[in-house]
Design a protein around this ligand. Structure first.
Ligand code: GLC
Length: 519
């Protein structure tokens, strides 16, 4: 069942910024199809496609107005179907982005739901039964409907919350429905119909947006877990091979809900930002970072999720600053040596493989705000608009990185020492060692407070690999006695093992096969 996840390496595509084939200044589905060979050549064998459905684009498509239709600016359902087929021809897989928690205010369900007369969509969203009562702690839409009530929102105030019920409805608040009430059950039924529609057309599964927040007043996630279990039994019955990856950030819960993998997120208690995006990131060569809290939290989650490869660490995504805003040059290569040797499926955000910049000082586009700088058009080559589009540069829906030395894929492919080629090397190594893939075990052997390097062992039935990561510009040592059998990979320097001490050269990353025991 979805065994392909065991060695999946994902490439995240933000469709509006990837490749424009019709010259309107915005990316489209056929552009993605055209670039599949590139994605495959990087070594990625799976794709997560950000929302591509009809939407007024107040939140870049996370405000869906028709779940069954590709946004005309991206093409047609037929184009998407053809993309699925081309992906499969290349032995690759593709996940669509499912946004189950909210719609756009423009969705026809919401328009019906706003009406004063009862209809089949009256209970599709979370409404109070008086305009003067707000749904506590949720934010709301009020005063734009004939219906006397306020509607809870999930994210921006134009994203009304779909009604999956309350875990424990407050008996004083008659408008709070239970998860087994008719309205919530019909919302869930519709969600299943949407999944059935796209899986039937050939997609391989979903990345699920805000998966942990569907049932309301559900602090421990019990109601939401139960809801996903129902989805899981639908999938087991009809699409047993479908893969499910959650934006939840609590792998023990998402696992119970039947997800295969969960993301390590840049918010909440994960300490992910300690590594890449803070004042002194661990991966900076200044060597003033701290990896220990991250490792502590990661290990906790790893134990809770039965030591399975369920936690996916992304290089970045459309919601956070580009990696290269805080890391540069060799630091990026060393960060990728880490990302590509951890359990779970690695996710590479489009353009991170060439170190694309965060474009500073952009005006917000389509609800991006500070995220807009991480969503600029992909830089393919040195031709007009970096090969993204043939439109006049001022027509591009987000401006390109204007810096004179902006990286591009073609130049990096031609340069042996580029970030892109280093990533390709690392991926080949990952794919030829089961121990490095999603389900290989991990054991941290050195991850001390305010210290370098970071070292861990990945293992499978017949192999144990020691990975040592030293981003700092100084030589570092730690006590560990092991027999280094064979070098599998090194970047920036070597690792020496001598009398129970391992020494790592400045700014280096290395993978060694171990023989015998270690301590
Ligand atoms: C997720 C998406 C983000 C979106 C939000 C609301 O966090 O990744 O881009 O704005 O959900 O749907």
């Amino acid at each position: 069942m979805s065994q392909w996840l065991d060695n999946a390496i994902f490439y995240e595509i933000y469709p509006q910024s990837f490749k424009d084939t019709d010259g309107d200044g915005i990316g489209n589905i056929n552009g993605i199809t055209e670039k599949l060979d590139y994605i495959k050549s990087v070594g990625c064998n799976a794709i997560w496609l950000n929302p591509c459905f009809e939407s007024p684009f107040g939140d870049a498509g996370y405000d869906v107005s028709d779940y069954y239709r590709v946004a005309p600016r991206y093409g047609t359902n037929e184009d998407l179907k053809r993309l699925f087929e081309e992906v499969h021809k290349r032995d690759m897989h593709i996940l669509l982005d499912l946004v189950p928690g909210h719609t756009s205010v423009e969705h026809k369900w919401f328009k019906e739901s706003m009406k004063a007369e009862k209809n089949e969509f009256t209970d599709r969203y979370v409404w109070t039964d008086s305009i003067w009562e707000e749904p506590e702690g949720m934010g709301c839409i009020r005063g734009i409907s004939d219906r006397d009530g306020s509607c809870a929102v999930n994210f921006f105030s134009h994203q009304p919350a779909l009604n999956y019920g309350f875990y424990k409805p407050d008996p004083q608040k008659k408008w709070q429905q239970g998860t087994e009430d008719k309205g919530p059950l019909s919302t869930l039924n519709e969600l299943i119909n949407i999944m059935r529609f796209w899986l039937g057309m050939g997609c391989d599964g979903f990345r699920v947006d805000m998966a942990g927040s569907l049932v309301k007043n559900d602090a421990d996630g019990k109601g939401t877990i139960k809801l996903w279990q129902k989805v899981r039994s639908f999938l087991d019955r009809e699409f047993p091979d479908a893969a499910m990856v959650s934006e939840w950030g609590e792998p023990d819960k998402s696992l119970q809900g039947g997800f295969h993998m969960d993301f390590l997120l840049h918010f909440g208690p994960s300490h992910y930002n300690d590594l890449f995006r803070c004042e002194e990131p661990f991966f900076s060569s200044r060597g003033k970072g701290d990896v220990s809290e991250f490792v502590k939290k990661y290990t906790e989650n790893y134990e809770k999720s039965e030591r399975k490869g369920l936690i996916c660490i992304p290089s970045g995504n459309h919601d956070m600053d580009r990696l290269s805003r805080s890391l540069h040059g060799d630091e990026l290569k060393i960060a990728f040596a880490f990302l590509l040797t951890m359990p779970g499926a690695p996710f590479i955000y489009y353009g991170d493989e060439i170190g694309m910049n965060y474009v500073e000082n952009l005006t917000s586009v389509e609800g991006g705000y500070n995220r807009t700088g991480s969503r600029s058009p992909m830089q393919w080559d040195k031709s007009l608009n970096a090969g993204f589009s043939t439109a006049a540069p001022e027509k591009l829906y987000i401006p390109l990185d204007g810096s004179s030395n902006r990286p591009d894929a073609a130049s990096q492919l031609a340069d042996k020492s580029s970030l892109l080629n280093e990533i390709k090397r690392l991926i080949v190594i990952r794919q030829s060692h089961k121990a490095l893939q999603s389900k290989g075990e991990i054991e941290f052997v050195f991850a001390e407070k305010n210290s370098y390097p970071l070292a861990y062992i990945r293992s499978s039935e017949n192999e144990r690999l020691l990975i040592v990561i030293n981003p700092s510009s100084e030589k570092k040592t730690f006590n560990f006695s092991a027999d280094l059998k064979q070098k599998i990979y090194s970047f920036g320097g070597e690792i020496l093992s001598d009398g129970g001490v391992i020494t790592a050269e400045p700014s280096c990353a290395a993978i060694y096969a171990l023989s015998g025991s270690y301590s």
